[in-house]
Ligand binder design. Sequence first.
Ligand code: A3P
Length: 286
Amino acid sequence: MTEADLYTVYKGIYFHSLANTQNFKYFEEFSFRPDDIIIATYPKSGTTWMQEIVPLIVSGGDPAFVETLPNYDRVPWLEHYRNSSLNLQEKPSPRMFTTHVQYNMMPPSFFEVKPKVINVMRNPKDAFTSLFYYSEMASYWVNPGSQSNFLHKFLDGKVAYGSWFDHVKSWLNAEDKEHIMYISYEKMIMDLKDSVARIAQFLQKSLDAEVIEKIADRCLFKNMKKNNMSNYKSVPREQMDQTKSEFLRKGIVGDWKNQLTVAEAEYFDAVYKDKMKDVQYKFAWE
Ligand code: A3P
């Protein structure tokens, strides 16, 4: 199936059926609270990982929440159609949400209330690689077809949630950065304990070193993969066929080297250089 079959267009960007345009009225009218916590990511950049870490920090390390509620219910996507039935406005604070939308597309209440945001970024070549496999196994994403074809779509932003470049730049250019924490997938891989400690500090949650260590250990790829509330194993095969590729697939830095040809990597770098030429931020993968 093609983009025309599976996606809708909202503000010039493709959205798949879980985040269809019918839900955008709900999204646009959403009321935030100052103590809301929002995980903002481009797809395949560490969203699910953060959906494990943040609830564990908020609960002071108690795993009950992450062991009983699937990640898409415990930290629901603001733009997903299911939200209108999840009673999000009645949930006790601190509420936790996820979003894949760009900064400038956030609803008016977001800019008034300025809730806490954790923005996770990942080397786009690894996000591309992860997305290539994910698009093959998730039926609500357009099948990627050939890698070179998909590479062009990705670099042109003709994929669900639009351009990686526009997404990352939109959040980096946020007007008021005091309520936003920027972190990278690469730094989390390099030192998860330190990352958990920094996230806890940003969330003003004081935790003992022992608790931080426990959270970090639980969120290691090999351990998190065993949590059936986080590995998407409960999703029917018609929606996600994990016999093709697991959701928690490899969990490493630099898998793009196994995926892209030399010519593809060079082309990627050239596009990256051009699109990111005005960005001052020092990324972990550069
Ligand atoms: P790979 O496909 O490269 O393995 P998202 O949750 O944003 O969709 O991102 C999914 C990517 O994050 C997948 O990357 C997945 O394996 C990786 N991931 C999820 N949990 C992780 C963890 N605990 N440690 C490292 N990587 C993790």
